[in-house]
Design a protein around this ligand. Structure first.
Ligand code: SF4
Length: 470
């Protein structure tokens, strides 16, 4: 998927003018946030678990090479074939080679953000392998030819009438917008694919180094059908998904499911260790795991390392006022919300992703909910500083900031300006607000009124309160 994050402003304008989209985003984020709040309130150990989860992920990143080597050795000992890919192109090549060697013409795939990141579907399709998304939301966006708009609910932007029209047009099904009927159609169509597929492709929520296990956390049984029915299971996972021990899993699961969907545990947690043994009644004949770097080692060595702690729960998206306003597509690539605003510039380059680093109010709500305590606002500020250093900032903004800094260092001029603003605000502002600001400040008032400044400058009020007389 080609990144289009540089067009964030234009795409946001479109999203803001789309009333059905606004309603869908509000409904979904509200539901996730409400469920999370209830789940956290019902679990008094949540803060302690956050500390522990953050510690586990930090410990992993400190010795990632050691944990990866252990994972590879343990997984291979139990019959898995592990491949390592430096970048997305190499990962796609390996996946296509595995499919060819295994004689696979059809693959079913469960949700994997990494597969989107590296363009796996397109690569396999060019190699002659048909790939069908097996999770309902992903299946819908694949039929519509769109990227996912939320990491947990990829089709959150689609109303059921749209799904009905999609099934009518793409699958030739009679129009119905009854939800049970729509689910029935998807189930019937997907079952055919599960039974015919030679390979199931999944991501991984965690990779346990000490047992070589792949852990999948899902709410749809489709994930299990994709890992058990086809004769080959291919896992595509970022190297940061490894955790030191299987014993670390419970705390991370507690955090992930509560933060994501507000569940104390998700419907399915699969711990897949090695390939099928002779005594196993079912399961794939072969398990391949591709560990993908694709820029992660570079991030690990730099000042943005903390973002590799992300367990993709989506809580920071749901709580973010920017995401709540524009939804996932406006971000123009695979990852959205605050975590996407950090990851996209790092993966796709600052020139591409800088608009996202600036698309934040820095309110801090994302850091407050992050289950592994990633300091997202600080990372966004770092990216803005890098943007300035690399000369990518709008020159007018740089000039404006220089003027602002100079003004703040001259108390006399600042006080005179404060007095002047106090006077003109009496004219420009009615009933304590204005719906219009001039020039480059008009963005503030496009969709909301700007509150009038106090007629008394702050420092004058401060002195008065403290009894300080000039
Ligand atoms: S940054 Fe934190 S809150 Fe956001 S998706 Fe990752 S783990 Fe969840």
């Amino acid at each position: 998927m080609e990144p289009l994050s540089r067009f964030f402003h234009r795409r946001s304008e479109k999203a803001l003018a789309d009333a059905p989209l606004q309603a869908s985003i509000a409904r979904a984020t509200g539901k996730f946030l409400g469920a999370r709040a209830e789940a956290v309130a019902a679990f008094p150990g949540f803060e302690a678990a956050r500390d522990e989860g953050s510690r586990i992920k930090r410990e992993t990143l400190d010795r990632l090479d050691v944990h990866l080597a252990r994972f590879i050795a343990e997984a291979e000992k139990r019959g898995a074939v592990v491949h390592v890919a430096r970048d997305g192109a190499e990962a796609c090549e390996i996946a296509a080679r595995v499919a060819k060697e295994e004689g696979v013409a059809l693959a079913v795939k469960s949700k994997s953000m990494l597969a989107e990141e590296i363009g796996l579907n397109e690569a396999l399709q060019s190699a002659g392998v048909d790939v069908v998304e097996a999770d309902l939301g992903e299946y819908l966006v694949q039929l519509a030819g769109e990227p996912p708009s939320h990491i947990l609910a990829p089709a959150v932007h689609m109303a059921r009438e749209r799904v009905a029209r999609l099934f009518e047009k793409k699958l030739g099904e009679p129009y119905t917008d009854r939800i049970p009927d729509l689910i029935g159609i998807a189930r019937r169509r997907l079952r055919e694919k599960f039974l015919a597929a030679g390979m199931g492709i999944t991501g991984a929520n965690f990779l346990c180094a000490d047992t070589g296990s792949v852990v999948l956390v899902t709410n749809e049984g489709n994930g299990r059908m994709g890992t058990i029915l086809p004769r080959v299971h291919l896992v595509v996972a970022g190297i940061e998904k490894v955790i030191p021990r299987l014993a670390d899993l419970p705390v991370l699961l507690r955090l992930l499911t509560r933060s994501a969907t507000g569940q104390s545990i998700s419907s399915y947690v699969s711990v897949l260790t090695g390939g099928r043994r002779p005594e196993d009644p079912e399961g794939p004949e072969r398990l391949h795991v591709i560990l993908v770097d694709n820029g992660r080692t570079g991030i690990l060595q730099g000042k943005y390392r903390d973002i590799l702690k992300c367990i993709r729960c989506g809580a920071c998206l749901n709580v973010c006022p920017v995401y709540q306003s524009v939804g996932g597509h406006a971000y123009g690539w695979v990852y959205s919300g605050p975590m996407g605003s950090v990851l996209t510039p790092l993966f796709a380059g600052l020139a591409e992703g800088a608009p996202l680093a600036n698309a934040s109010t820095l309110c801090g709500a994302c850091a407050d909910v992050c289950p592994v305590k990633i300091p997202l606002p600080e990372l966004l500020l770092e990216l803005r500083a890098d943007e300035r250093e690399q000369g990518l900032k709008d020159p007018a903004e740089v000039l404006g900031m220089k003027g602002y800094a100079a003004l703040m260092g001259r108390a006399g001029i600042l006080e005179a300006l404060e007095r002047f603003i106090g006077v003109i605000s009496q004219v420009l502002f009615k009933d304590g607000k204005t719906p219009w600001l001039p020039f480059r400040f008009s963005g503030w008032t496009d969709r909301r009124d700007f509150p009038a400044p106090s007629p008394q400058p702050f420092r004058k009020l401060w002195k008065k309160q403290r009894g300080i007389h000039p």
